[in-house]
Each structure stands twice: as structure tokens, then as C-alpha cells.
Design a protein around this ligand. Structure first.
Ligand SMILES: [Zn+2]
Ligand SMILES: [Zn+2]
Ligand SMILES: [Zn+2]
Length: 145
């Protein structure tokens, strides 16, 4: 059975890079979180013990190794999530409270495959993020008007 650690070790080895203690700590933290995160959040979750620069560099390696996915950018922040053992899903992002709603809609998945076929395109992955306002925030914003 492969684990995120084995996968990352193999990736680093193939690049001639080392599996440093910092990289191990970051990896373990990410895979203990079952939520979306950005560099700042990870930095806090690591009790500010590892520098933001190291987190940035490690995250970029994790994205390249396919263990972590970059989701979307919002207000200069990039959100990530780990994908190991997670089924594909898409996201809705609330611009007011930053809440993220995950969804998977077979109709959308199927339609995208059909569109690719139409354009003779072989899809590898896609990212769909709908930005807007969640139910709670929509109600608050309506009242303000
Ligand atoms: Zn999708
Ligand atoms: Zn909201
Ligand atoms: Zn997600």
C-alpha cells in the first residue's frame, strides 16, 4: 500500500531532493487536516515553527508530486487541499465568510467529458469553483439593501 509519505519520498528521490524533517512535519500536518487550507493557516497549525518560505517550497513540491491540489485564488490567497484518497469534487466559495462547500454533480462531470470528446480533447483534470455567497451571507446582504 502506498502512503503519502512513500509517494513523496519517491518523488523527492526522483528529483534528487531530500526528505527533510520539515517536509515530513508539513506532510503529516496536511494529511491530518481534512479541510482546505492556505499557507497562513498551515503556518498557524504548525505553531509557527516552520517558516512560511519552507511551507511555500514544500507545498509547491507536494502539488508537483500530485499529493496536493491548488484550488483557487481569492484575495491574494491560494487555497489547497490534499487529494490522496479523496474523490474528485468541485467547490463553491463564499466571498463573505470564506466558507467552502464541496459538491459533486454527475451531470456536470458527464457534460465536461462530452465537451472534451467534441473537441477531441483528452482531459486529465479540471477545477470548478463557483464564487458567490452562501445562504447565510445572502440573507445578511439582502437585509443590508
Ligand atoms: Zn468536477
Ligand atoms: Zn458565507
Ligand atoms: Zn474540497
Amino acid at each position: 500500500m502506498t502512503t503519502p509519505e512513500i509517494k513523496l519520498k519517491n518523488y523527492l528521490k526522483s528529483r534528487g531532493l531530500r526528505f527533510t524533517p520539515e517536509r515530513k512535519i508539513i506532510l503529516e500536518k496536511i494529511f491530518s487536516l481534512h479541510e482546505h487550507f492556505d499557507v497562513e493557516k498551515l503556518y498557524e497549525k504548525l505553531n509557527k515553527q516552520i517558516s512560511r518560505a519552507t511551507i511555500y517550497r514544500t507545498l509547491s513540491l507536494l502539488v508537483k508530486s500530485g499529493l496536493v491540489k491548488e484550488l483557487f485564488r481569492c484575495q491574494e490567497k491560494t487555497s489547497f487541499e490534499h487529494v490522496f484518497g479523496h474523490k474528485h469534487h468541485d467547490h463553491m466559495l463564499c466571498l463573505n465568510c470564506n466558507r467552502i462547500i464541496e459538491f459533486r454533480e454527475e451531470k456536470i462531470e458527464k457534460l465536461q467529458k462530452e465537451i472534451c470528446k467534441k473537441y477531441n480533447f483528452t482531459p486529465i483534470e479540471h477545477r470548478l469553483t463557483i464564487k458567490g455567497y452562501c445562504k447565510k451571507c445572502s440573507q445578511i446582504l439582502k437585509k443590508k439593501k
